[in-house]
Design a protein around this ligand. Structure first.
Ligand SMILES: [Zn+2]
Length: 104
């Protein structure tokens, strides 16, 4: 069995990184639009990319918070579908996985 305290620490660390990153993205997105039209066009393309990154970060934040609450509840590492233990190798690769390989 893997060390749950270690898993929790690394999830919390990752959560902190993601929080900081999504704040940076928010800052970039809320910058005032450039008055020059051509630069403005390039800027909004860039904003779309940033929004995509931001959405990914938000999805991961949600998954990590879920994993942390499952650690608290003592259900971490169990497949939410079949109730079997998730392969520790899988959890090492995707620490917030909620389903075993068969159910994913
Ligand atoms: Zn399963």
């Amino acid at each position: 069995m893997h060390d749950i305290a270690k898993v929790r620490a690394s999830l919390e660390q990752r959560l902190k990184e993601l929080d900081e990153r999504s704040e940076e993205i928010d800052d970039e997105l809320s910058e005032a639009p450039d008055p020059d039209w051509s630069e403005n066009a390039a800027e909004s393309e860039n904003d779309e990319v940033l929004e995509g990154v931001g959405n990914l970060a938000l999805a991961e934040i949600r998954d990590i918070k879920l994993a942390l609450s499952r650690i608290d509840a003592g259900t971490y590492g169990e497949c939410t579908k079949c109730g079997e233990m998730i392969d520790p190798k899988r959890l090492a690769a995707v620490p917030y996985a909620t389903k075993c390989i068969k159910c994913a």
